[in-house]
Design a protein around this ligand. Structure first.
Ligand code: ADE
Length: 231
């Protein structure tokens, strides 16, 4: 998959997307990404990319033309262009999986107080990572890149690791333990040493349901609603 990020702050990305699992995914050719800076497309002699809003009001807006020109420099036929914005549809596991099936994504990061509405319209959709306002779309774009990268085939060690985890199943993860068997007086559940795979799987299903009920009862309620809708 190819990811192009339109941002005034390209230097923010390498330390995050270049490290760890995402860094390895790029080295192995599974996720190819790059940044394009709207400032290079500014027609102003000072490379200005923002201006005051018509009608007054506080703050500055990103101008339409440098953003549009940056998007157009990377957009191809069939590219999906997404503006990172708190006004967008909310990112969740399903959305991450859907985005991971695209071959080319363009993530546009807003800054200042907002973006000229005509440039918003140029993007096919808006995407939010939660109901709070960040100083810019960069961190949100990195969250999207991380969430979808781990859905790409071959990125995680076990092909199916992403599927068996939290949310993909509609439940949270079951609790997991490693050595030592007793730590600060607390023991690992006995069943995990039984060697009986069916019994362990049944315990894990029960534990996942119990964790979900305790920590995120809204997920169980949603599952019930969805199964009712599908009958
Ligand atoms: N830009 C600013 N806040 C944001 C958010 N919550 N999600 C996505 N992009 C944003």
């Amino acid at each position: 998959m190819r990811l192009d990020i339109v941002t005034l702050f390209p230097e923010m990305f390498e330390p995050i997307l270049g490290a760890s699992i995402l860094g390895r995914a790029r080295a192995r050719g599974l996720l190819d990404w790059g940044c394009v800076n709207p400032r290079y497309f500014s027609r102003d002699k000072h490379r200005k990319v923002d201006d005051r809003p018509f009608g007054g009001g506080p703050g500055m807006l990103m101008m339409a033309e440098p953003l549009a020109a940056a998007v157009e420099s990377v957009r191809r036929q069939g590219s999906r262009v997404i503006l990172m914005s708190p006004q967008g549809a909310r990112l969740d596991d399903r959305k991450a999986a859907e985005l991971a099936r695209e071959s080319h994504l363009v993530l546009v990061c807003g800054h200042y107080e907002g973006v000229d509405e005509r440039a918003v319209e140029l993007c096919g959709e808006e995407l939010s990572i939660g109901d709070y306002v960040l100083t810019g779309g960069e961190l949100a774009a990195m969250v999207v890149a991380d969430a979808l990268a781990r859905k790409l085939p071959g990125v995680l060690k076990k092909e199916d690791a992403a599927e068996s985890e939290s949310f993909a199943s509609g439940l949270l993860d079951f609790p997991q333990y490693t050595r030592p068997r007793v730590w600060r007086g607390r023991e690992v559940p006995e069943v995990l040493f039984s060697g009986d795979h069916a019994k362990i799987a049944a315990w894990r299903r029960r534990a996942a349901r119990a964790a979900t009920r305790r920590k995120r009862p809204d997920l169980l309620a949603r599952q019930v609603q969805e199964s009712r809708r599908s009958v």
